[in-house]
Design a protein around this ligand. Structure first.
Ligand code: ZN
Length: 160
């Protein structure tokens, strides 16, 4: 069976940067299962997998524009410290979720000043060229329930 829209696909993958450092990797005991064509993975990665079959291995290189975006300095902002008053002690490197005009953003604390906290709303993988090594373990039909939810249930997918 070929990978096509609404098929369940089970993959092993390793994500590295251009220096070959591993950023993320699926567990050999627990591969990733996703529903093709439903926005579960990066669109360009799903595009590269389209038409592949069980046992295929491929390398996919995605520039930042097709990955997690290009870093924007305008996303580094100073916010009043009192916004964090319920969060306890604030330290550089801490991450917070903030509700903004485009949904939930993940903010990373850069530095803490007297009155303000400098936060960075860029994705941690902004500006990174993504190198995916993917092996297709399985391709199967989705169940009605999976199709209606837009994601895979069971091993490697959602549990709810
Ligand atoms: Zn579901």
């Amino acid at each position: 069976m070929n990978i096509a829209k609404d098929k369940v696909v089970v993959i092993d993958y390793t994500l590295t940067d251009k220096e070959g450092q591993v950023i993320d990797k699926s567990d050999s005991e627990a591969p990733l299962a996703y529903l093709q064509g439903n926005g579960n993975l990066l669109p360009k990665l799903e595009e590269a997998l389209e038409g592949k079959v069980q046992g295929d291995s491929l390398k996919v290189v995605l520039p930042p524009e097709d990955g997690y975006g290009v870093r924007e300095e305008s996303k580094v902002i100073d916010v009043p410290k009192e916004m964090f008053k319920d969060a306890g002690e604030i330290k550089p490197g801490m991450r917070f979720q903030a509700r903004g005009p485009h949904g939930v953003d993940l903010l990373c604390v850069v530095s803490v000043e007297e009155e303000t906290v400098k936060v960075d709303g860029n994705h941690p993988l902004a500006d990174v060229t993504l190198h995916f090594d993917v092996t297709v373990r399985e391709v199967r039909e989705a169940t009605e329930e999976e199709l209606s939810h837009g994601h895979v249930h069971g091993p490697g997918g959602h549990h709810h």
